[in-house]
Design a protein around this ligand. Structure first.
Ligand code: FE2
Length: 326
C-alpha cells in the first residue's frame, strides 16, 4: 500500500511517499527566508509554482508513478490559510484524477508520529516545538483516543520568539539557527523565567532580551535567551513526565533541530531513566513523508475519506483529531 503525502502549511512545500510504513521519498522546497519574513500570499505563489516539480521529484525518488499510489494525504491544518489551500487543492486534484482516497491530516499529529515511528516508540510524551507551536503532548483516551496537550505556550511559539529576537537584533536569516551559532560562546545574563504548571510564556523573555540589545554582547543575550527558554520547556516537560508516567520522551518540530535542546531533554530523560528520541533533521522540518505516514494509518484503520469533507482549518487543534490506530 503506497500513499503520497502533501505538506504546505507554512514556508515549505513537501511531497513524501510512504509504502507499508516505510518512507520511499521525502522531497521538499522551502520559500527563501528574507528580512521581510513570511508573507502568506507570496509563499502560496511559491507553492503554486513549485508543487508539480516537488511532487514529480518524489515520484522519481520512489521509483513510482501516480498510478502506483493507493491514497493521498494532505495537511488540513494548523497553518497559514493561503498556503494550506495549495496543498489541499493539489491533493484533491490528484485524488479525483485517480479516483482514490484522500485523507486530511493534522500537522502536529504528523510531526509526533514520524518521530515515534523512527524511534520505534509505543507511547511517548512529546515536546512539539516549532515556529508557531510549543506544546507538551501525549495520547489520552477520554472522551475519545486523541493527542492531548498537557502544557503549552500561552503566547508565541518558541521558534517565532527566537526568530523575532534575531530579526530585531539585526542578525541574518535563518534566524533561529543564527541564534544557536552566536550563543555558542556566550555568558549567562539573568532573564525572566515564566513557567506556570506545565504551561509557559515567551513574550516577557523576548521583550527583556530586546531591551538588552546595544547594552550587552549579542552572543551573551542569545545564549541567555536560549538557555532560559529551553530550561522553561524542560521544566514543564519534566512535570508532564511525572504526571503521565510515560516511559519515552521525544522532541519534534523545527526547533527539535537544536542540538542544545536535545542535550537538555536527553538529561531530563536520563534523570528519569526513560528513553529519549528525536528524528534526523529532514523529518523535523515540515515534510510530506510525515503526512503520508499518518494518511496511511488513517486508511488502514478504516477512516472514511470523502472529498466533500476535505478542506482546511488554519486553527486545527491537535486534540480535535481522532486517533484510530495504536
Ligand atoms: Fe511543522
Amino acid at each position: 500500500m503506497a500513499v503520497l503525502g502533501i505538506e504546505s502549511s507554512a514556508h515549505t512545500f513537501g511531497a513524501g511517499i510512504v509504502e507499508d510504513g516505510s518512507v520511499k521519498a521525502n522531497e521538499m522546497l522551502m520559500f527563501p527566508i528574507t528580512d521581510k519574513g513570511i508573507i502568506p500570499a507570496r509563499v502560496s505563489e511559491f507553492h503554486v509554482k513549485n508543487a508539480k516539480r516537488v511532487i514529480e521529484s518524489a515520484f522519481e525518488k520512489a521509483g513510482m508513478a501516480l498510478q502506483d499510489i493507493d491514497a493521498i494525504g494532505y495537511t488540513k491544518g494548523p497553518g497559514l490559510g493561503p498556503c494550506l489551500n495549495i496543498g489541499c487543492i493539489a491533493a484533491k486534484t490528484l485524488a479525483l484524477s485517480r479516483g482514490i482516497g484522500i485523507f486530511p491530516v493534522n500537522h502536529a499529529v504528523a510531526h509526533i508520529e514520524i518521530v515515534k515511528k523512527l524511534n520505534s516508540f509505543a507511547d511517548p510524551l512529546t515536546l512539539y516545538v516549532s515556529g508557531g507551536n510549543s506544546q507538551i503532548i501525549a495520547i489520552d483516551e477520554k472522551p475519545f483516543r486523541h493527542y492531548r496537550p498537557y502544557g503549552e505556550t500561552f503566547d508565541i511559539g518558541i521558534g517565532n520568539m527566537l526568530d523575532s529576537f534575531a530579526r530585531k537584533a539585526g542578525l541574518k536569516p535563518a534566524w533561529g539557527s543564527t541564534v544557536a551559532k552566536i550563543a555558542l560562546n556566550g555568558s549567562y545574563i539573568q532573564m525572566p523565567y515564566t513557567v506556570k504548571g506545565m504551561d509557559f510564556t515567551f513574550t516577557g523573555l523576548l521583550t527583556n532580551a530586546l531591551k538588552l540589545v546595544g547594552k550587552a554582547r549579542v552572543g551573551d543575550i542569545a545564549y541567555s535567551l536560549q538557555e532560559t527558554s529551553f530550561s522553561m520547556l524542560c521544566e514543564a516537560t519534566e512535570r508532564a513526565l511525572m504526571l503521565t508516567g510515560k516511559g519515552e520522551l521525544s522532541v519534534c518540530g523545527g526547533v527539535a533541530q537544536s542540538s542544545r535542546l536535545r542535550e537538555m531533554l536527553g538529561s531530563v530523560a536520563k534523570e528519569h531513566s526513560i528513553k529519549f528520541g528525536f528524528a534526523p533533521n529532514e523529518y523535523n522540518a515540515d515534510n510530506g513523508a510525515m503526512i503520508a505516514l499518518v494518511a496511511e494509518k488513517m486508511m488502514r484503520t478504516g477512516r472514511a475519506s470523502a472529498i466533500r469533507d476535505c478542506g482546511i482549518n488554519q486553527r486545527y487543534r491537535i486534540e480535535d483529531f481522532v486517533v484510530t490506530w495504536e
